[in-house]
Write a protein of this length. Sequence first.
Length: 161
Amino acid sequence: MERVWSPDEETDEAYDAAYAKAPVTIGGRRLHPRDLDAYTAIAYELADLADQDEDFDPNDVESEDDLVRGDPEAGLAWAAAGVCVLQQSLPYPFGDVLPYGPVDNRPAHRLVHAYANLLQLKHPRKAAAWFTAMVYFSPMDNTGARFLAPGGPSNSLSFGS
């Protein structure tokens, strides 16, 4: 899969210049339309989930409302847009594996995981199918989707008195 990297301190000036020519403005944000990591970062930024914070302590959570501080619907919309870009990059219908090992595949895994994670907040059953699909397209499951897929080992927080 072709990978569009977000420029960083390791990219050279030629790459940065080529990347700068391609971005478009979507929803008031500039990004390269094929930069899957950009969709993931924006989705999580908008949703502002507590467990994405390095200071997150699951013992301090009293209710599910404590886990979401931002706008998860806006985050989900960005993740969904990224998934559409990903789907256009893969052959249809895609029924193969997409191993996590190759660095170029990792943005796809991060994006699908973000989509399923945000979808789970509103539609757990719909998200379950995505987590299951993640285990099938990457049997090594480097993102931990098996913990969230139906029938997998449980990794949920319990809320109660």
